[in-house]
Design a protein around this ligand. Sequence first.
Ligand code: G4P
Length: 187
Amino acid sequence: MKILEQRIKKDGRVLGKDVLKVDSFLNHQVDPELMQAMGEEFATIFSDEKIDKIVTVESSGIAPAVFAGLALHVPVVFARKNKSLTLPENVWTADVYSFTKQTTNHIMIDHRFLSAAENILIIDDFLANGQAVEGLLKIANDANANVVGVVIEKTFQKGRQILDERGVRVESLARIKGFENDEVIFL
Ligand code: G4P
């Protein structure tokens, strides 16, 4: 998606050798017009799929997921990261290990908001090591969750391979091959 790549080039900041900061337009400050364009792009890409609901994880997946939900006219559910060890009853849960933060989050969705009869589109901000999407796939295992849309894919990390091996359709709005001299190189 051209306008997203241009925005990443203009406002993204490369940290170290594998992290891209996008906090000025995606995951801290949010650009609603860009989110809306991304939501419409997801709707076009997945127009051939029957989608009943969008599922994401708090917090950075919420903005792109809501705009995709708006464009597809379907509800959006975000998995909560549970901070306490005592879980409420009747929830689907998964443990998601974050390589970047080196912590494990317990994520959960209330049974009332996800059922086996629903076709799910998973949306997230980054596909890096694939842990967040894997956690959502585990939660949505009983539902028909087999399509995934991510805003930014880092193709040099193993998320895509894990999802390909599971036969999951993955679509990304921007695919990053790597970073060179603090410049983003797109695929
Ligand atoms: P995953 O996203 O594929 O599961 O891989 P990983 O475990 O590496 O990612 C952990 C967290 O770091 C995720 O956020 C993910 O979105 C974020 N992340 C991964 N790569 C980048 C990057 O290059 N830049 C930025 N800004 N974030 C990255 P999270 O733990 O779910 O936290 P939240 O931000 O959604 O609250």
